[in-house]
Design a binder for this molecule. Structure first.
Ligand code: AHR
Length: 500
């Protein structure tokens, strides 16, 4: 029988602000891997494709999530990719052996197609340059191809390919996971820092307005973490704008209470790198600011099929997401709000088929459980993140000790008076009677509420049962005398929207 814990409290003071929430925290990542690009985004053979070969149903779901930035073309793929293979007439593009995923790359989708796709879903592109097999010259040439006015070779080639106006791509990644021995052209920290700096100089000489993202450690589990980050930053500080971090969460141990407390780990990851930023800035006596870009994050542990067997668009890491995964994703997004002073970009890895909120069949699309927290945060977290004070009963976990049953983030948009409260109840069994109170100005009313909840942490959607886990609208609780009382079911994610 479920026990009834003492009431939890969420105290909100609109004056206690953490920072402004960057819209780029709601970003995605599309890699030439498995069926993300081919059969995910681009599938001319599908009855659901538009005239450009893009899947209309996928575009619709991506627009619903409202991604603000999209990282491309990899991932490990990036470090062996020659961007010049993916431009110009499709019939003349080479088929290549793709070494990162042992797949066949047809190059039917490349930079111009990606930028058209970004325009179609209203998102900002974030392109990576290959610092594995690629040269610093090729990196600068790609910036010219995308951003320069006509009149020189690469810009004129773009015009010849039908794109007269420069694309103005603002965000650029200096390689991918270059700390990893699995990476094509892996370098040690000093060698990467030297190459990244030289690439950065050339790229910014071509277009000084661009923002550069330096490769940080690919995981906290790397033996070189966080030394790699310090060394790369010390060398490149004045030339870069963001430091990347990557992390994939898992429940390999089958320990759901610890898994549902992973927000602790996500916060400490950011805190370590924020401290590294402050250390390097002080050491360099610099006023230049560098922020964090968490440009690969997600749950990934159930499907580890990474060998493409030299196939086109093989089925690789098509992870199925369940309720507990969705609750981890929801907490991760709350951590982004709680650390928005230093974290300015985040990209879920990835957007379709590869460890993604969306799965495709040639004639159908499935929204996984993780679709809902991502969509709700992206739509409703705006303005300032508030530093809410949370009092909740403790849950004992093997990995993190005692953690509060509730994980909470709050946003407040002064431009329209709208607010949002995002709450995960981590308890597997106990509903949490909860009081939400405001110090100073309380909102006028709670205008809408959404909830994703269930009793089985392993429950997942499938093509046969696509609605097993969806965020349902629930009756908004009454806001009376400056506070809300509600009961949060166990294993739940709740979003409350407020109006001033
Ligand atoms: O997202 C899948 C892979 O995970 C990416 O290619 C790589 O950057 C990371 O290790």
């Amino acid at each position: 029988m479920a026990d009834t814990p003492p009431a939890s409290r969420i105290d909100i003071d609109p004056a206690r602000r953490i920072g402004t929430i960057s819209p780029l925290l709601f970003g995605g990542f599309a890699e030439h891997m498995g069926r993300c690009i081919y059969e995910g985004i681009y599938d001319p053979a599908s009855p659901l494709a538009d005239a450009a070969g893009l899947r209309r149903d996928v575009l619709g779901a991506l627009r619903e999530i409202n991604y603000r930035v999209m990282r491309y073309p990899g991932g490990n793929f990036l470090s062996g990719y020659d961007w010049r293979d993916g431009i110009g007439p499709r019939g003349q593009r080479p088929r290549r052996r793709e070494l990162a995923w042992r797949s066949i790359e047809t190059n039917q989708f490349g930079t111009d197609e990606f930028l058209a796709f970004c325009k179609a879903i209203g998102t900002e592109p974030m392109l990576g340059v290959n610092l594995g097999t690629g040269t610093i010259q090729q990196a600068a040439d790609l910036v010219e191809y995308c951003n320069a006015a006509p009149g020189t070779y690469w810009a004129d080639l773009r015009v010849q390919h039908g794109h007269a106006a420069p694309y103005g791509v603002a965000y650029w990644c200096l390689g991918n996971e270059m700390d990893g021995p699995w990476q094509i052209g892996h370098l040690d920290a000093p060698a990467y820092a030297t190459k990244a700096l030289e690439a950065a100089k050339m790229m910014k000489w071509v277009d000084p307005s661009i923002k550069l993202i330096l490769c940080g450690s690919s995981s906290t589990t790397m033996p070189t973490y966080p030394m790699w980050d310090r060394v790369a930053l010390e060398h490149c500080w004045e030339h870069v704008d963001y430091l990347s971090l990557h992390y994939y969460a898992n429940n390999d141990a089958g320990d759901t209470p610890s898994y549902l407390a992973l927000a602790r780990q996500f916060e400490s990851h950011i805190d370590t790198l924020a401290a590294t930023l402050r250390y390097v800035q002080a050491q360099r006596r610099s006023t230049h600011q560098v922020f964090l870009s968490w440009d690969e994050w997600n749950v990934w542990y159930k499907d580890r099929q990474m060998d493409g067997g030299w196939q086109e668009a093989p089925h690789l890491i098509e992870e199925v997401y369940n309720l507990e995964d969705a609750l981890v994703v929801a907490q991760w997004l709350s951590v982004f709000l709680r650390r928005c002073d230093v974290l300015r970009i985040a990209c879920i890895a990835q957007i379709v088929n590869i460890i993604a909120p969306l799965l495709t069949r040639r004639d159908a699309l499935l929204k996984q459980a993780t679709f809902y927290p991502l969509m709700l945060f992206s739509r409703f977290a705006a303005g300032a993140a508030l530093d809410a004070h949370v009092t909740a009963p403790a849950i004992e976990t093997r990995q993190f000790g005692a953690v509060p049953a509730l994980d909470v983030s709050v946003s407040q948009d002064d431009s329209d008076g709208r607010g949002a409260i995002f709450i995960v109840n981590r308890s597997l069994t106990a509903a949490q009677p909860t009081v939400i109170g405001w110090q100073r100005a309380a909102p006028r009313r709670c205008s809408a509420a959404y909830q994703l909840a269930g009793t089985d942490p392993k429950l997942a959607n499938s093509f046969e049962q696509p609605d097993a886990l969806v965020a349902r609208t629930i009756a908004p609780p009454e806001l009376r005398d400056g506070s809300i009382s509600l009961t949060l079911p166990p294993l739940s994610f709740t979003v409350l929207l407020t109006e001033a």
